[in-house]
Design a protein around this ligand. Structure first.
Ligand code: GTP
Ligand code: SPV
Ligand code: MN
Length: 589
């Protein structure tokens, strides 16, 4: 036992008597303990040890084929009142849900060990950090939580002896039965129960379950926001760093933008990019009235496919040691890993993500699952920010929203003001990706990239955003929208993307400092095409004009989709949101 906090001990006792494990092991975070767990997991086959010369400390894990992504249809927000979960979440009465899950957890850890993982979301000691405890029967979860959060005894120091303010997470793999899979949040009890999955966002309870769903609810009550945002710093040649926080839906480019390598034209002038976070931001007004953000996580759970030396060098570097790979392809020639988009040289002697022999030259199936992932320590990242552990966080100059839109959304535009920016974020839409189970490539509304992650009524969430704007006033970050994914008539991406996205970020920062003019369009301020620096690219200003084109007919149609979307919120839709829609319609006339 690592604490004498009675609230913790009583709750753990209660869960132990429910799950009836053979043994309870408290995770202190020591190297010996973790090494021992790795050894056991390798022995049992839960983890595969990779080439320790080429990939020191690296491991491979394969999940069941029915368990490869988040499951939104089996994810619940069990607030006391249905209205508090809102129309975008699955809801169930908490008593009924406890009633259903309690028998499923009863004795579920018979013959297994229960691991007690104390963890901190955010730097230990940060006023923005919060404590969680995850109980799990999975070593894979323990080892991933060790990378993704700050675990062990230190996390308890933050909680102290009497506090009851910790998130209670209970997870069991049970039988990995997809029909009995439940990812359930009880926001009013600070509790998360997850059963019958062994995959990422379903089971690393500090991540989406706590740091977004529970934390968004806490933030609403405590005056801050928890967002599905990367945080990136851009340092100019004078050594000044400005921070941008950007929300894109799952698998839409957060990790890439967070770690981008500036194009040559900026590098030679002395610009640098610093990563604070790639997925989640906790943001709160600071003493000077500006918004400050921390990354509550301590590692990256990044999408593997498409990650290459060229597309995301820093992410790839981050995975070279002490990394856990999930559902990638195993190269048997040298016992390393491979995935689609890593290079043009798929291995011939390999095992695919399902565990079957695979020949990348002749098989036309995929070697890695499209949602295969790496879990890498943040400190491995060559461009990790010196402010990464700063307990106060970093001041945010701009919020950026974006998604995958083949046509409608232009490369970049700026909202007219805060309230319009909230509208822009709230009306984001994006094509679905492999990060969640279900059809891929269907356009859906995904407000602030939070549709699957908002732990309360999204109508109230919009109101909270409007309220934050009032609190921060003229110190509020400017709000922008970007789209790296516009396609030409052949379906090819027009914008080069990746590192070259820096060119757009530079315009954004120039706007924040009033250094550059803009064109007013019905949807917002757009760059004058010549103000996007295309030096060194093989596209011309005409291409930028095309990328910025606002098709009024498409947008008129868009307003219809927005109106329909807003309808479902009924009385919970803030008045201001309706005003914004009316204004947009007016400007499109
Ligand atoms: P989650 O971890 O699921 O929240 O995803 P994420 O938003 O961090 O997405 P990530 O950066 O891992 O990108 C996912 C996919 O988008 C990868 O296949 C990338 O190669 C691709 N991608 C990222 N940035 C760009 C870009 O600028 N242009 C294009 N065309 N593709 C991109
Ligand atoms: C996402 O889907 O947005 C992720 C991966 O970041 S998971 O942790 O599985 O949610
Ligand atoms: Mn994510």
């Amino acid at each position: 036992m690592l604490t004498s906090n009675k609230n913790v001990l009583n709750w753990v006792d209660e869960m132990v008597s429910l799950c009836k494990p053979d043994k309870v092991v408290w995770i202190d975070g020591s190297e010996e303990q973790l090494d021992d767990l790795i050894k056991r997991a390798i022995e049992s086959g839960e983890l595969i040890e990779l080439n320790q010369e080429k990939l020191p400390g690296c491991l491979l894990h394969r999940t069941k084929q029915n368990d490869v992504a988040r499951v939104e249809d089996r994810t619940f927000i069990c607030s006391e009142k249905k209205e508090d979960a809102g129309p975008t979440n699955n809801w169930c009465d908490p008593k009924e849900m406890y009633g259903k899950l309690t028998p499923m957890f009863d004795g579920v850890m018979n013959g297994r060990i229960m691991y007690v993982i104390p963890y901190s979301m955010g730097p230990i000691g940060s006023p923005l950090a919060k404590v969680g405890i995850e109980l799990t029967d999975s070593i894979y979860v323990v080892l991933n939580m060790n990378i993704m959060t700050r675990i062990g005894k230190a996390a308890f120091e933050n909680l102290g002896d009497v506090s009851n303010d910790f998130v209670r997470g209970l997870h069991s793999k049970a039988d990995i039965n997809p029909d009995k899979r439940y990812i359930v949040h009880f926001p009013q009890d600070n509790t998360i129960w997850s059963i019958n999955s062994g995959y990422g966002g379903n089971v690393l309870l500090g991540k989406k379950c706590f740091a977004l769903r529970i934390a968004s609810y806490q933030g609403k009550n405590e005056g801050w926001i928890a967002e599905h945002m990367l945080i990136v710093g851009i340092e100019n040649p004078k050594g000044e760093v400005k921070y941008i926080a950007a929300a894109f839906p799952s698998a839409c480019g957060k990790t890439n933008l967070a770690m981008l390598i500036p194009p040559e034209i900026y590098r030679k002038k002395g610009y640098k990019v610093w990563t604070i976070g790639d997925d989640i931001a906790w943001i709160k007004p600071g003493k000077d009235g500006r918004l400050y953000a921390i990354n509550p996580e301590n590692g990256f759970f990044g999408v593997a496919p498409g990650t290459s030396e060229k597309s995301n060098f820093n992410a790839l570097e981050s995975t070279k040691k002490n990394t856990i790979f999930t559902n990638v392809c195993q190269n048997l020639d040298d016992n390393t890993v491979w995935w689609e988009g890593l290079d043009k040289n798929p291995p011939e002697h390999a095992v695919d993500w399902t565990g079957k022999p695979w020949n990348g030259k002749t098989d036309n199936t995929k070697g890695a699952h499209p949602n295969s992932r790496f879990t890498a320590p943040a400190k491995n990242c060559p461009c990790i920010s010196p402010e990464f552990d700063n307990p106060e966080g970093v001041p945010i100059s701009a919020f950026v929203f974006g998604g995958r839109r083949a046509k409608t959304a232009p490369l970049v535009y700026q909202s007219f003001d805060w309230n319009h920016g909230v509208f822009v974020g709230a009306t984001m839409a994006s094509e679905t990706t492999a990060a969640a189970a279900g059809e891929v490539g269907v356009v859906r509304r995904d407000p602030m990239a939070m549709l699957p992650f908002c732990g309360y009524n999204m109508g109230d969430y919009f109101k909270h955003w409007f309220d934050i704007g009032k609190i921060v006033g003229d110190k509020a970050p400017k709000i922008f929208n970007v789209n790296w994914f516009r396609t030409d008539d052949d379906g090819k991406f027009i914008w080069p993307g990746f590192g070259d996205n820096m060119r757009v970020l530079m315009w954004i920062l120039d706007r924040c400092e009033n250094n550059v003019d803009a064109n007013k369009t019905p949807i917002g301020y757009e760059p004058k095409p010549e103000d996007i620096n295309i030096e060194g690219l093989d596209i011309d200003t005409k291409t930028i004009e095309d990328l910025l084109f606002v098709d009024k007919d498409l947008w008129k149609n868009e307003t219809k989709g927005i109106a329909e979307f807003f309808d479902m919120f009924g009385d919970k839709l803030p008045k201001e949101m309706k005003t914004q829609l009316e204004n947009l319609k007016e400007r499109l006339k």
